[in-house]
Design a protein around this ligand. Structure first.
Ligand code: HEM
Ligand code: HEM
Length: 146
């Protein structure tokens, strides 16, 4: 059961990343070309946010069930334990909050260019934080590609 959740959370990262990269790139392109904000833009931003919320929900369940999250005397000294107990969750939570704010600001803005500016700015910062917070295999934290 737990293993299945880890696989879902691990694989779902790619959905979040693809949507986030697409939404960020699209917002930048349309912002620069002064194109009108369409129903498709609104949906892409919404799906990006929903994918991040689903990943948050999976992550929260894992946080309270995973054997990688341990609170011991050496948690802060051990890089892998510290990563899963603190770094990963705090960075991802922050990124998901930024995506939610970006989506809300983009939705509420009246001026078209402000819709794109909000989405682009918040999504880009969130993307960088997420890329830095993923336990990529080359970081030797025990993470996989899928
Ligand atoms: C721990 C889990 C979750 C938390 C803490 C959370 C938190 C939030 C918050 C604070 C908002 C308000 C954003 C706003 O007003 O702009 C929101 C909106 C929303 N969330 Fe989540 N969420 C979670 C899980 C999910 C899941 C699992 C889904 C979908 C499967 C989801 C879908 C949505 C949708 C569709 C909205 C409304 C977007 C809109 O108003 O346009 N959330 N969520
Ligand atoms: C966009 C947000 C997130 C992404 C892209 C993401 C991605 C990942 C990835 C790729 C792994 C490694 C899985 C593997 O291959 O072994 C992982 C593990 C984990 N994540 Fe996240 N995560 C996100 C958010 C969160 C949040 C918000 C929490 C907790 C509050 C969380 C808790 C965990 C835990 C506890 C593990 C270790 C699970 C285990 O191996 O037992 N994640 N995450």
């Amino acid at each position: 059961m737990l293993k299945m959740l880890v696989h879902m959370h691990s694989g779902f990262r790619w959905i979040v990343l693809i949507l986030l990269v697409a939404a960020t790139f699209k917002a930048l392109m349309k912002w620069r070309s002064n194109a009108p904000f369409t129903e498709g833009d609104r949906k892409l931003n919404l799906f990006t946010m929903v994918s991040a919320h689903i990943q948050l929900l999976l992550g929260l369940i894992l946080y309270f069930t995973s054997q990688k999250v341990v609170f011991a005397a050496d948690t802060m000294k051990d890089a892998t334990k510290r990563f899963f107990a603190v770094e990963h969750s705090v960075m991802m939570l922050l990124a998901i909050i930024l995506i939610t704010i970006g989506h809300a600001k983009s939705k509420k803005a009246v001026e078209e260019s402000k819709k794109y500016k909000a989405a682009f700015t918040y999504f880009l910062i969130a993307l960088l934080i997420i890329l830095a917070g993923i336990p990529w295999p080359f970081r030797n934290l025990g993470g996989a590609w899928f």
